[in-house]
Write a protein that binds this ligand. Sequence first.
Ligand SMILES: CC(C)(COP(=O)(O)OP(=O)(O)OC[C@H]1O[C@@H](n2cnc3c(N)ncnc32)[C@H](O)[C@@H]1OP(=O)(O)O)[C@@H](O)C(=O)NCCC(=O)NCCS
Length: 167
Amino acid sequence: MKIQKLTNELEVDYDRLSEFYRSELDKLAEHYSPEELKGHKQKRTPEYFRGIIKDPAKSVDIVLSESGDLEAILEGVVHQDGNLKIADLLWVLANNKGKGLGTQLIQHYIEEQKDKADIVALTVSKTNTKAIRLYERLGFNYVNNLNENSLVYALPISEKGEQALKR
Ligand SMILES: CC(C)(COP(=O)(O)OP(=O)(O)OC[C@H]1O[C@@H](n2cnc3c(N)ncnc32)[C@H](O)[C@@H]1OP(=O)(O)O)[C@@H](O)C(=O)NCCC(=O)NCCS
């Protein structure tokens, strides 16, 4: 399996990428309200992904099948929070589930962020037990409730991050 990063050099059909992302979000209706999903979908236009490749804080990693079809995607963004750098894992989506694509994309993201950020953080719907099990297996710990539907999980990837999460 090959993980590829969206860059200027990588030839990708941005219309198909946006369609893939949106159709995978559509499958999450049991975990999110229609308004929430609509908001996430509206944001992921082809232009949005073209913008990401120009922004060093943002990243999109994709997995393509041998025939070039999109199979999985991970979107992340790094931001500063006080003296900490937080690598937010915004979404990980796999259409070919249970084949280890999600695991490998997340592990790849963690490794890549190790010299850039202190903590990898994510928000997950509390009903999404499959995703939660996967995150916990990869070492993420529950931090707090963002709201009544969403939980925040985090993984320290630096000494500073570890100290901050202990508090
Ligand atoms: C969450 C998600 C990204 C996980 O992706 P995935 O590629 O299916 O994940 P993996 O295959 O790595 O792991 C999922 C399960 O398959 C198992 N698995 C891993 N490798 C496997 C393999 N080679 N063959 C069979 N099963 C495998 C894992 O053990 C894991 O089992 P678990 O459910 O007991 O934890 C995927 O389910 C998805 O797209 N869900 C919808 C979107 C979503 O919820 N995203 C997260 C929002 S925060």
